[in-house]
Design a protein around this ligand. Structure first.
Ligand SMILES: *Cc1c(COP(=O)(O)O)cnc(C)c1O
Length: 429
């Protein structure tokens, strides 16, 4: 149900597109909003917020709570026997998530595992895939890398006895990465970039950069925090060595949800790879023989260490099922239409105001997020006003970026119209 404005519109008339037009588009091109719990609006006269912050924390699917309670009830009813006798037995539980996660990122099931959280997984993957040797020591990241990734690669460099100021190379964009690989590729041990940049919303050319990294003799890994569930991915075919993503942004699995890991098939079962192991790294069938030496399976499961948190896996399972039902191809098609609509509205607002969209205009070079740079005032203050005065939830990255992400599962054309109208209202010409 999409609710039109109830009280007098404070900000209508600022755009040539009308609220009626947005509502007509929603009727013709609906998402799956009814499957989600939409937070109420803080202000603006609408009952529901225009929630455009799914790039930061996705909304809760209605199905999540009941399924989580089922898992809790198994513990109450079965105690330790739940490992084997729960409706979804705990011992092989993570396996329920593997196939839908693999479909989501275009991987083989054996290349995929859901475990831990994102930065932890990046570290575990770098244990295997960042092996500086001789003159090949550098890690290439993007200058606008998410801080956690920057800290992770710098600490990995230090772990190997290297100076992070020289070992970590920060580059501006995909073009600069390709140029650097051409010029100094023999010094690069690892290229590790965000598939969709968290700040600018730019979608990298993942297959081209992966191929260039490999041609230079480097290992290539991708942080897909802002790409998984946002854009279609074909990781197996594109061939990076590894990738990792989180599940609380576009994947709607809840704050701190378990992340995903991809390790390309060509590395599976390679006894030469270094890896940190624990009892969940060993073959499931022989785990309870309690052998002193592990026998890791030839799959991404070998990167698991501990027995996983069951109540954290349920919400990921619920969410991945939604993606399976909706299909990433269909979701992407609606996403391109929604973001294109938002962009067309912002085109009316930005020329006369100290605002500009920094995300690429080409839909092939972005996901659903549009990032606005504000030239005066604080981005956080603007995001606060959008929320409290208009019920429009965006998110700010200080000092000057406001990110607006219509997500195709639950965002509406009305949400986009409300966001553009509220912006026009809050930012003076
Ligand atoms: C969201 C995000 C993170 C967060 O890391 P956690 O380990 O899940 O807290 C890391 N890197 C990128 C690129 C992100 O977008």
């Amino acid at each position: 149900m999409i609710h039109p404005l109830k009280s007098g519109p404070p900000a209508s008339g600022l755009l040539s597109a009308t609220e009626q037009d947005a509502l007509r588009r929603d009727a013709a091109d609906p998402g799956r909003r009814e499957l989600f719990l939409i937070p109420p609006a803080d202000g603006g006269g609408y009952p529901e917020s225009a929630y455009l912050a799914g790039n930061s924390l996705g909304l809760q699917p209605r199905a999540t709570q009941a399924e989580l309670l089922e898992d809790l009830a198994s513990w109450a009813r079965l105690g330790v026997e739940g490992h084997l006798e729960a409706g979804r037995p705990w011992l092989p539980y993570h396996g329920l998530l593997t196939a839908p996660a693999a479909r989501l990122v275009g991987a083989l099931p054996e290349e995929t595992v859901i475990m831990n959280s994102l930065t932890v997984n990046l570290h575990l993957l770098m244990v295997s895939f960042y092996r500086p040797r001789g003159g090949r020591t550098k890690i290439v990241i993007e200058d606008t890398a998410f801080p956690s990734d920057s800290y992770a690669v710098r600490s990995q460099a230090r772990f190997h006895g290297l100076d992070p100021d020289t070992a970590v190379v920060r580059l501006g964009d995909g073009r600069e990465v390709l140029d650097f690989l051409e010029r100094e590729g023999e010094t690069v041990a690892l290229v590790m970039l965000g598939g969709v940049n968290y700040l600018t919303g730019e979608l990298m050319d993942i297959p081209a950069i992966t191929a260039a990294g490999h041609a230079a003799g480097a290992v290539v890994g991708w942080d897909l925090a802002h790409a998984a569930g946002n854009v279609p991915l074909r990781l197996h075919d594109w061939g990076p060595d590894f990738a990792a993503w989180c599940s609380y942004k576009y994947l709607n699995s809840g704050p701190g949800a378990l992340g995903g890991v991809f390790v390309h098939q060509r590395h599976l079962g390679d006894p030469g790879l270094q890896r940190f192991e624990g009892w969940w790294s060993t073959e499931q069938s022989t785990r309870f023989r309690m052998d002193p030496v592990s026998r890791p399976p030839a799959s991404a499961d070998a990167w698991q260490i501990s027995n996983p948190p069951i109540y954290a896996m349920g919400p990921v399972r619920t969410s991945l099922n939604l993606f399976d039902q909706a299909g990433m191809t269909e979701l992407r098609a609606r996403s391109v239409r929604l973001t294109g609509y938002l962009e067309s509205l912002l085109d009316e607002v930005t020329p006369t105001r100290p605002l500009s969209v920094v995300t690429p205009r080409d839909p092939e070079r972005r996901g659903c997020q549009l990032s606005l740079r504000i030239e005066r005032g604080s981005a956080a203050e603007l995001a606060r006003r959008l929320r409290l005065e208009h019920g429009v939830v965006t998110d700010a990255r200080e000092p000057d970026i406001v990110r607006i992400a219509p997500t195709p599962l639950y965002s509406t054309y009305l949400d986009c119209w409300r966001a553009a109208t509220a912006l026009a209202h809050c930012v003076k010409e």
